[in-house]
Design a protein around this ligand. Structure first.
Ligand code: 5CA
Length: 438
């Protein structure tokens, strides 16, 4: 992509309304624009990141044996009346009346709808377990939308649902998502610590939030320091094997959100191992048994011929929130530092003297080679001062910067900069390309 043609409306000034660094950087880098309170449009650069995050989430759900579906954003109030949540959800739910005066709503989550789909199709234990997910926009009329995409009113969520014959089987499904989440966040360069949590309006009695430690996080969290050094599980997982050891390991030490915090238990941790800080919730998993299956009639026959309500869990990931959370975890004074796995482009190619025949030719050549190698490259071919180009490239945080200037070229060299470390190397074009393609 040539930057001269790209729609990336960066801002020079820091927008006054942005309280936290990720919000400021997303606005300044031209990733998103606010449409109305807590509702955002995603511009090309931001949309690329969102798609990257979504794809990692999808691949890891698929790997864990979860099947993708797509349910609508607009739901009928009927099922919510059956589950009892139409009243319970209160003002956070956006209620809509259609032209025939039917009560509809913009889904804040999908337990009712997926349970109804399941109930209409499955009647025997033989079809179990079933794990289904979708990645769809949600609406929650938050009292205080803030921090940009981190607490939006409209936001993209991955929500998965498990259906099992009894508690034991349901716990196995829960464990799959537990392990899958560790892997998913690790692939995005994040260390998300599972913490005991309240289940809130989703319900149930077993629940973990996956929390990234960050001083700008919304909730107070408490955990044992050793979690920070735990292996983040980026390795393969045998989802059909016994996952209990993984879950046991990751729940062996104290970790709790504010609502579940037990000061007395926390005090038993040696003082130098106590971490009391703030965190960003990027995922939340729940086991809630038969809370929805009972009122919505999702029953299956057991091998003994009995009819039982299915045991369910639900498993959410804040896909759009993650774009902000990753920036909170990875930035410096100059801007964003994207982990390779979610970067909108892998390389920023900077032509220091657009219009100079040698620079233009070398850049065109490099650009062509990168495209042929299927490396995503953003080519700054604009007629701008080098300082402005460097600042923009640092701001948008692509992992590699390949800098081409007349002086270097005369000696057959270009400069390669790694955004994360700031390390710069003078290299021949071939070696620079080899490094970036590797
Ligand atoms: N049905 C369950 C699990 S599928 C559910 O809705 N869980 S949740 O309420 O905890 O939301 C799941 C994830 O969505 C959260 O962990 C968080 O990362 C994200 N999320 C929740 N509310 C918002 C919001 N207002 N803005 C952005 N992301 C949000």
């Amino acid at each position: 992509m040539r930057l001269s043609a790209y729609f990336m409306p960066t801002l020079k000034e820091t927008p006054a309304e942005a309280e936290i660094v990720s919000h400021r950087l997303m606005l300044r880098a031209g990733m998103v624009r606010q449409a109305s309170a807590g509702i955002y449009s995603w511009l090309p650069l931001g949309f690329r990141v969102l798609k990257r995050i979504e794809q990692i989430v999808r691949e890891e759900q698929d790997r864990a044996g979860c099947q993708e579906v797509l349910m609508p954003t607009i739901q009928s109030a009927e099922l919510w009346k059956k589950s009892g949540r139409y009243e319970d959800y209160g003002k956070e739910m956006l209620r809509i009346t259609d032209r025939k005066d039917r009560e509809m709503l913009y889904g804040p989550t999908n337990e009712e709808l997926i349970t109804d789909i399941f109930a209409s199709a499955v009647s025997s234990y033989k079809a179990l377990p079933k794990l289904l997910y979708h990645i769809q926009w949600k609406f929650r009329d938050e009292v205080r939308p803030r921090f940009g995409v981190m607490r939006g009113r409209e936001f993209l969520m991955k929500d998965a649902y498990s259906f099992d014959v009894d508690f034991e089987a349901s716990k196995r499904s829960y464990n799959k998502f537990f392990a899958c989440y560790l892997r998913t966040f690790a692939r995005m360069g994040l260390k998300a610590i599972p913490m005991e949590a309240e289940s809130g309006p989703i319900g149930g009695n077993m629940s973990h939030e996956f929390i990234i430690l960050a001083s700008t996080g919304e909730s107070a969290v408490y955990c044992h320091k050793d979690y920070v050094d735990f292996d983040v599980l980026a390795r393969d997982i045998d989802y059909e094997g016994d996952l209990e050891p993984i879950v046991k390991h990751w729940t062996s030490l104290y970790a709790a959100t504010d609502e579940k915090h037990d000061a007395a238990r926390f005090e038993t941790i040696p003082a130098d191992k106590r971490v009391a800080t703030r965190g960003i919730e990027v995922g939340h998993i729940f086991y809630f048994g038969t809370k929805y299956s009972k009122p919505l009639g999702a029953r299956v026959s057991t091998p003994a011929g009995e009819q039982v309500d299915v045991h369910m869990g639900s498993y959410g990931i804040g896909v759009s929130r993650l774009a902000g959370a990753i920036i909170e975890a990875s930035h410096d004074d100059a801007g964003i530092i994207w982990p390779d796995s979610v970067a909108p482009f892998k390389v920023g190619l900077i032509n220091l003297k657009a219009g100079d025949a040698a620079c233009d030719k070398a850049c065109a050549d490099i650009y062509g080679k990168l495209e042929n190698a299927r490396i995503e490259v953003l080519y700054d071919d604009r007629d701008e001062r080098p300082g402005a180009k460097f600042a923009d490239m640092d701001l948008i945080g692509l992992p590699w910067q390949l800098i081409v200037g007349p002086r270097g070229l005369a000696a057959g060299k270009v400069e390669l900069k790694r955004r994360a470390t700031g390390e710069r190397q003078e290299l021949s074009i071939e070696s620079a390309l080899a490094k970036v393609v590797a």
